[in-house]
Ligand binder design. Structure first.
Ligand SMILES: Cc1cc2nc3c(=O)[nH]c(=O)nc-3n(C[C@H](O)[C@H](O)[C@H](O)COP(=O)(O)OP(=O)(O)OC[C@H]3O[C@@H](n4cnc5c(N)ncnc54)[C@H](O)[C@@H]3O)c2cc1C
Length: 488
């Protein structure tokens, strides 16, 4: 349609940047629009937080290990990339999660995550809640909505208000705040779990709202084990790295220029020349671009746009990030099998332990370790708990092994350990987050072909990043179409 190609430069080769590039090229092809695309990644590998390491018959996820099925965008992308037959559900037979309560693991009732907990009395008999705590939790259905619900509030405020302090501390806090490695008394309900507030407003109760929504929901084509309910999470048989490989292969097929091991220092733009951007790379190469997408952590994005948009840069810098680490450990199965069951456990902040959570990886997913070996992954750090990351890898492993000894009585050292640190890796959507994002978008209005995406702004989960990639790609292609000069 157009004579010269539009050039899009995407900075950041995590799932946000790669999926944006993929959707740009797919949509451009469909619209017969001539688009050239370059993706620039500072690291020597693609994937950002998605990092799968396969060693000696162990499959280790350094970052995310799965994605939610209730948000369809990741599953859809896998299908489009031909990975559908590689999507695997969790091992249904081990579907149990525990919460650490006064140093002891207590099983969370089945169905808790979907607000249909079964055998709730086990919360009391299992020692997680007192009778009064259980009654207060159940009273959520009849609990009045309050004026606090009208304004922005923290996760802590909302869930304590609706379900009571006890249920919050041991059931809800480690599950919801844990996703962000965050502090529930800082995270914004509106920016993290807006649906719960909507349910409260619409139905007067979260429980009533969830049940109404479930009654309406259709059972989708989510992978599941025979005879089971759809898996809440899925992953790929050979790890999430498969998704990154498939994406980069498709991008190569589309002729996208993939640059690794060289970051972007700065974007240069001026309103006089606002149709164009200059992208200065670490090796002093300058790329000319019609459009730029910054799919990088917010504080990195700030550095790159400061020269021409200092106010937006300041706001981006105000988005806090938490640091975490994952510690994967392989044990001889016979030494651990008597001690572990289920998918793993979460650790409420109230317990004041160094661990955030532990996953019995080999019990949660198939094909993660060779026969006779069991893979375990622990998660440490997070908002207010990141001092632990000052320890070196050996000390971290020792700390985690001491924790496992104290919690599940695993006393033998692991055969193999692998530590992945994610310094400033987890954006924190604290109170005011949505207002910040709105201000950033407002500041960028004079630059319709500059997009800021990535987990720092509009959703930290893999499906959210992909949804955002598609939104940005559609917007770019629309803008190009409106500028394209039809050829005769
Ligand atoms: C330990 C951990 C566990 C998680 N578990 C899950 C999970 O189970 N499920 C789930 O859905 N989500 C999970 N998440 C969240 C999810 O993995 C991330 O939010 C998501 O992968 C972020 O993708 P992104 O592309 O936005 O950012 P990133 O993956 O951070 O990618 C940004 C990229 O930009 C690059 N970059 C930075 N600056 C520059 C520059 N100047 N020039 C060029 N490149 C640059 C970086 O090197 C990086 O590769 C987890 C996150 C962590 C840390």
């Amino acid at each position: 349609m157009s004579s010269a190609p539009f050039h899009v430069v995407i900075i950041g080769g995590g799932i946000s940047g790669l999926s944006t590039a993929f959707f740009v090229m797919e949509e451009a092809k469909e619209r017969q629009l001539h688009v050239q695309c370059t993706v620039v990644e500072r690291d020597s590998r693609w994937g950002g937080k998605i990092l799968t390491n396969q060693t000696d018959e162990l499959l280790i996820e350094g970052g995310p290990d799965s994605f939610l099925t209730s948000k369809p965008w990741a599953m859809e992308l896998c299908r489009t990339l031909g990975l559908e037959d590689q999507l695997i559900p969790t091992k249904v037979e081990n579907n149990r999660i525990f919460s650490l309560c006064r140093g002891v693991l207590r099983e969370l009732p089945q169905g808790l995550l979907s607000f249909r907990p079964q055998r709730v009395e086990t919360l009391v008999s299992g020692g997680l809640l007192s009778w009064s705590g259980l009654l207060r939790m159940g009273a959520e259905r009849f609990w009045p909505t309050s004026s606090a619900g009208q304004s922005e509030e923290t996760l802590g405020s909302f869930f304590r208000r609706r379900f009571g302090a006890e249920a919050f501390d041991y059931l809800i806090e480690p599950l919801v705040a844990g996703i962000y490695a965050g502090d529930a008394d800082e995270l914004s309900m509106e920016a993290t779990f807006p649906r719960f507030k909507e349910l409260e407003q619409e139905h007067g109760s979260v429980i009533k709202g969830m049940r109404a929504a479930q009654a309406k929901a259709q059972v989708g084509a989510t992978p599941r084990s025979p005879g089971s309910t759809p898996s809440l999470f899925v992953t790929l048989r050979n790890g999430l790295g498969t998704l990154i490989e498939a994406l980069t292969q498709r991008l190569i097929g589309h002729g996208v220029q993939l640059v690794t091991g060289c970051g972007c220092q700065e974007i240069q733009a001026s309103l006089q020349n606002k149709g164009k951007f200059s992208v200065l790379l670490d090796n002093d190469t300058m790329l000319n671009a019609d459009a730029v997408v910054l799919a990088t952590p917010a504080f990195r994005t700030a550095e790159m746009i400061r020269q021409f948009e200092p106010e937006a840069a300041n706001i981006l810098e105000d988005i806090p990030y938490a640091s975490t680490a994952t510690i994967s450990m392989a044990y001889p199965t016979e030494l651990v099998e008597a001690h572990i069951r289920g998918f793993g456990f979460v650790v409420p902040r109230k317990e004041q332990r160094p661990l955030l959570a532990g996953t019995w990886t080999s019990l949660k997913w198939p094909n993660r370790s060779k026969k006779g070996e069991t893979l375990i992954r622990c998660y440490v750090g997070g908002r207010g708990r990141q001092d632990i990351l000052e320890r070196d890898d050996r000390e971290l492993v020792n700390t985690v092994q001491q924790e496992l000894q104290s919690i599940v009585n695993i006393s033998s050292p692991a055969n193999y350990t692998e530590v992945h640190r994610w310094m400033q890796g987890m954006p924190q959507y604290v109170i005011g987050h949505q207002a910040r994002v709105a201000k950033i978008r407002e500041r960028l209005l004079p630059w319709p072909l500059l997009h800021i995406s990535g987990a720092g702004l509009s959703g930290i989960g893999i499906p959210d990043c992909i949804r955002e990639g598609k939104r940005v790609a559609t917007s770019l292609v629309q803008s190009f179409l409106s500028k394209a000069v039809p050829t005769s």
